[in-house]
Design a binder for this molecule. Structure first.
Ligand code: MG
Length: 203
């Protein structure tokens, strides 16, 4: 399985990193080895001094598909979730400056947190969901899916032009503003509306 990640999907986050607003979705992949194992702490890798949390809504693909039209995209997932796209921001900045791929900064072991899944039937409107990240019980990121530049079904249409989607693939839909550095002993808790979907410790 693969993790398909969307970058720069919220205007407020594009502005905080002073990035250009993209004309097409920014897409990158993480390998399955980047998934943080359940109940394990996240270890800050020794090649970075500036690892950031990016809380993101997730979508789990339930059917094989290629060239999926937006109007059929809803048939390709039942579950949504919440995770963290951990990013070694210092390393990413160096790679970006040289026009190089981001994988070393985003696809390292443990860089993908995946929380519990919720059936989409629990929600009236997936394009109007609140989600948030608490760091040491303080609110650090909050987003609403209505603010995505590309909504879930548009992302599925777009990425499936390039990649065959397979059962179990997971899409990270991008982070809102409020990304920030994590430190040893931080505790990160993620919520969709008032449901807690993960709690992890940083080491
Ligand atoms: Mg991200």
């Amino acid at each position: 399985m693969k993790l398909i990640c969307i970058g720069r999907n919220y205007t407020d986050h594009i502005n905080e990193l002073e990035n250009e607003k993209p004309t097409d979705p920014v897409v990158f992949l993480k390998p399955d080895t980047s998934i943080l194992l359940k109940k394990q702490p996240f270890f800050i890798p020794d090649f970075s001094n500036d690892v950031h949390h990016e809380v993101e809504m997730l979508v789990k693909i339930n059917k094989v598909g290629k060239h999926i039209a937006k109007k059929f995209a809803h048939k390709y997932y039942d579950d949504i979730g919440l995770g963290i796209d951990f990013t070694a921001r210092d390393l990413q900045a160096q790679l970006k400056a040289k026009g190089l791929p981001w994988e070393k900064a985003k696809a390292f072991d443990g860089a993908a947190v995946i929380g519990e899944w919720l059936n989409k039937k629990n929600f009236d409107d997936l394009n109007n969901l609140n989600f948030s990240l608490l760091k040491n019980d303080e609110l650090v990121q909050k987003g609403n899916t209505s603010l995505m530049l590309w909504k879930i079904d548009e992302i599925i249409e777009y990425v499936s032009k390039y990649f065959t989607l397979k059962i179990g693939d997971i899409i990270f839909t991008g982070t809102p503003a409020g990304v920030g550095k994590v430190f040893a002993n931080d505790r990160l808790k993620g919520f969709i509306e008032d449901k807690q979907l993960f709690s992890i410790t940083v080491k």
